[in-house]
Structure formats: structure tokens, C-alpha cells
Design a protein around this ligand. Structure first.
Ligand code: SF4
Length: 262
């Protein structure tokens, strides 16, 4: 990849990691929202917006780390580019003020509240993850579903799903050809809304690892939602992300999460 042409004589370039939130809807339909944190605007922005920005140079895929970033003119040098701490995140000294945007899990799988527990169980197994955030229509986190929540709900449900008696109105067509004296029962689907923890602990992406670790330890949770200025989910911070950051900051070579993990 060639270096971008300088803008106003500035030659600083920066790589901004792309974060993606894959949202699974009730009907199994999936949509992706790809964003980066733009230090110039000090907010998250859609990758599509970057592509029309005059500072944009290219998208860069790192095959080793399996990450994609936006390469652009950084403009006024950021603290990292000024050389304040060039080793930050790659074996530099522990900096408890490291922002979450640098260490959070950036590829997140989310579900809408109406997704069934069977679909969630398939996601947890298929992607080898221990939980999924639940987001509303604006991609704002409204709950969390953990593997334990799914197991508990499945155990309580037993082999058969709960059902409810349906009274057909005279002008409705029966789904089955039922005889006189019989009733129609339809299964009640347990959804994310029924089993999620409806309180989401969240921090802004510019919050520090110091704040996040304190909050997780105080609340006894392993997962925090990371949100942008408009409250949209842009990442998840797990206790494992904090440990990875700690290990790397101590100089150890910690591989990125396996491809399937979110
Ligand atoms: S391309 Fe433009 S909008 Fe995107 S991160 Fe760079 S400066 Fe910000």
C-alpha cells in the first residue's frame, strides 16, 4: 500500500481499526454496522462516511491480526503519533488511562429482543461466545443474554415449549383442519426479551481501562457494553480483553482472539 499524499504538508497517517456490530433480527436476518473511532471528530463514524472524507486513503486488511482498518491522514498529530508512548498496546508500560476503544472486542454479535432462545443458543455455539448483547432498533443496548441465561431458560422449559390456547374469531381461518370440540394451541416462544438481564452496564468508548476494570470488579460482571456518543453499541469489553491488554502491556505476545469469537 502506498503512502497517501500529504494534506497541507502533513504526512501523518493513522490506522483506525474498524469495529463491526452484527445484529441478528427475529426472522434470522442479519445486518452489519461498521464504524471507526475518528480522533479528529472525537466520535465514532460509519466507515461509509470515511470513504467520502478528504483525509481517507484506503482500507487496510491485516492478515495476521485479522483486522481491517481505515488508513487516513491523521491531521494534527495524536498523542500516540507524537511519540508520547509509541509502544502503547504492543508491549508498552501499563497505562491505566488506555481508552476502551483500543482494547475492546470490536466484532460484536448482537440480537434484537424478539430473537428466540433457540436461535441465541445456535449463535453462542456457532460463534463460541459466552453471551450476546440485546439491542433496540437504534442499536442501543437494552440487555445482555449469557450462556447461563439460555441454559436456565431451556431447563425450565423442559422438553416441550409452553403453549397457549388460541381462540379463533369467526372470520379467521384455522391453521389446521380441526374438528368440532378441539382447540388450537400455539407454542409460546421464549425470546431474548424474556431471559435477558435488562440492565446493561456500559461505558463510553473514550472511558479508560482503569474505570472499566473498577466497574467490572465492583459489579462482579465479566462484560461491559461500549457505546458511542449517540448511545449505539460499538464494542464489548470482556474481562478477557482486560487480561489481554495487561499481558501485552507487560511485553507478552498475546494472539488476537480466535476468528469465531466476538
Ligand atoms: S477518514 Fe476522515 S472521518 Fe474517517 S477516521 Fe480518518 S479523518 Fe476521521
Amino acid at each position: 500500500m502506498t503512502s497517501p499524499e500529504p494534506i497541507n504538508g502533513e504526512h501523518h497517517i493513522a490506522h483506525h481499526l474498524i469495529r463491526s456490530a452484527r445484529i441478528v433480527g427475529e426472522d434470522g436476518e442479519e445486518s452489519d454496522a461498521a464504524t471507526v473511532y475518528c480522533p479528529l471528530q472525537e466520535r465514532s463514524t460509519a466507515v461509509a462516511e470515511c470513504e467520502s472524507c478528504r483525509r481517507f486513503h484506503a482500507l487496510h486488511f491485516d492478515a495476521t491480526a485479522r483486522t481491517t482498518s481505515v488508513v487516513c491522514h491523521a491531521g494534527p498529530a495524536t498523542p500516540v503519533e507524537e511519540g508520547a508512548d509509541p509502544m502503547r498496546g504492543v508491549g508498552g508500560p501499563l497505562d491505566p488511562e488506555t481508552p476502551l476503544v483500543d482494547i475492546m472486542t470490536k466484532g460484536v454479535i448482537c440480537v434484537r429482543p424478539d430473537v428466540t432462545i433457540d436461535a441465541i443458543a445456535a449463535l453462542l455455539v456457532g460463534h463460541e461466545i459466552s453471551g450476546v448483547p440485546v439491542v433496540d432498533a437504534e442499536s442501543r443496548p437494552v440487555g445482555m443474554v449469557s450462556r447461563a441465561d439460555v441454559l436456565r431458560a431451556t431447563q425450565e422449559r423442559g422438553d416441550t415449549e409452553e403453549s397457549r390456547r388460541v381462540t379463533l374469531q369467526p372470520d379467521e381461518i384455522a391453521p389446521l383442519d380441526i374438528g368440532q370440540g378441539f382447540h388450537v394451541y400455539e407454542p409460546i416462544k421464549t425470546t431474548a426479551r424474556d431471559i435477558m438481564t435488562p440492565v446493561v452496564l456500559q461505558l463510553h468508548e473514550s472511558a479508560s481501562v482503569r474505570q472499566a476494570a473498577s466497574l467490572m470488579a465492583y459489579e462482579g460482571v465479566h462484560r461491559l457494553a461500549v457505546t458511542s456518543d449517540d448511545g449505539k453499541l460499538v464494542g464489548i469489553l470482556s474481562s478477557l480483553d482486560v487480561l489481554r491488554w495487561f499481558g501485552r502491556s507487560c511485553g507478552f505476545l498475546i494472539p488476537p482472539p480466535a476468528r469465531k469469537r466476538s
